[in-house]
Design a protein around this ligand. Sequence first.
Ligand SMILES: Nc1ncnc2c1ncn2[C@@H]1O[C@H](COP(=O)(O)OP(=O)(O)OP(=O)(O)O)[C@@H](O)[C@H]1O
Ligand SMILES: [Mg+2]
Length: 148
Amino acid sequence: MSKEIFETSNERETFNLGRQFAKRLKNGDIVAIYGDLGAGKTEFVKGICDYFNVDDIVTSPTFTIMNHYTSEKSDKPVSIYHIDLYRLKTEKEIEDIGFDECLVSRDCIKIIEWAEKANGMLPEKRYNVYIRQDENSDTHRFIEIEEK
Ligand SMILES: Nc1ncnc2c1ncn2[C@@H]1O[C@H](COP(=O)(O)OP(=O)(O)OP(=O)(O)O)[C@@H](O)[C@H]1O
Ligand SMILES: [Mg+2]
């Protein structure tokens, strides 16, 4: 297990941190992202997708729950599931979107916003990304990346 703590001062830096972090990802990996509304979770995910040259991520998936992106353009072709659990209330609802099946798939990277909603369902082996807002600043963020 390893833990690193970063700080970002604007949206671009969070995007770049996601981009940097993506270098260590491979198909099969799970990334659980935690943080309040507007913390910067999707910004971080956009950075990951940018690293893999996925260009069809344009908005937060908050209204779609599960998005699937593929990219052949990078050196490492990947398939990415970007899941946003914000609007789901119970584990039953989460199961109903096919979450379990998606999690066990070895041939895609799974990135989960509002991961706390599915904490009991996530395998121990995963990356956790915690994004915390600074109460004294609108744009400062503390970002902890934990590898289990
Ligand atoms: N340091 C920062 N890192 C990331 N975003 C920042 C930062 N400073 C300001 N912002 C702003 O905060 C917002 C983050 O939005 P984003 O959609 O990434 O949040 P989110 O955590 O995905 O929220 P939601 O829970 O609604 O999905 C953006 O409007 C962005 O411009
Ligand atoms: Mg979001």
